[in-house]
Write a protein that binds this ligand. Structure first.
Ligand SMILES: Cc1cc2nc3c(=O)[nH]c(=O)nc-3n(C[C@H](O)[C@H](O)[C@H](O)COP(=O)(O)O)c2cc1C
Length: 172
């Protein structure tokens, strides 16, 4: 692979519990021809801090930094990385806590997106904190995709991703 080919690589990393974020992630990956990496928590009790995340009539038990199914990714292989998470308890979902501890992200072009049901809390602030040292080239907010006009949201996600890529190439 030559340098030109390398510099075109794009990755979309996502976690999704009920498929909203997955739907957006897949649309983005298709729009900009990116690879997809799904963060999959392992069913494990490793003694980490077990949390009970409650949302409306749902309750999910998960470590605050859950073990993930193995993945092998080198951020340096990518020119642009999209990160996508549902909002949980007013911030990004726990699998990204693990991802940020395991993967060294520095000096990368990063765009992040999140899906939620109206209470974004401090997700943007917390993601920005985790991503200090990187170049944030965009972020996008998708309100309750599966209970909205999904087709419209999926198209807007694809346009946003293409715009991020276009702008990044124009300035970087
Ligand atoms: C455990 C849990 C906690 C949640 N906490 C919030 C929250 O704090 N604010 C919010 O707007 N939505 C919250 N939600 C709703 C999800 O963010 C929303 O439905 C999202 O689109 C789900 O994405 P997914 O289908 O990819 O899992 C929560 C959902 C779950 C399951």
């Amino acid at each position: 692979m030559d340098n030109t080919e390398r510099s075109r690589k794009i990755l979309v990393v996502f976690f999704s519990y009920e498929d909203s974020t997955r739907t957006i992630a897949e649309s983005i990956a298709e729009a900009v021809d990116a690879e997809l990496l799904e963060l999959v928590p392992r069913d494990s009790d490793n003694g980490a801090k077990i949390m009970n995340y409650v949302w409306e009539n749902q309750s999910v038990t998960m470590d605050s930094e859950p073990e993930l199914e193995d993945f092998d990714v080198d951020p340096d292989d990518y020119d642009l990385i999209f990160l996508g998470t549902p909002i949980w308890a007013m911030t990004f979902a726990p699998p990204f806590k693990t991802f940020f501890s395991r993967v060294q992200l520095e000096g990368k072009n990063i765009a992040f997106f999140y899906t939620h049901e109206g209470l974004r809390g401090v997700a943007v602030e917390n993601l920005r904190k985790e991503l200090i040292g990187n170049n944030i080239v965009g972020h996008a907010d998708f309100y309750d995709p599966l209970n909205s006009d999904l087709e419209k949201i999926v198209l807007s996600a694809a346009s946003w991703a293409r715009e991020v890529l276009y702008l990044m190439r124009a300035v970087v």
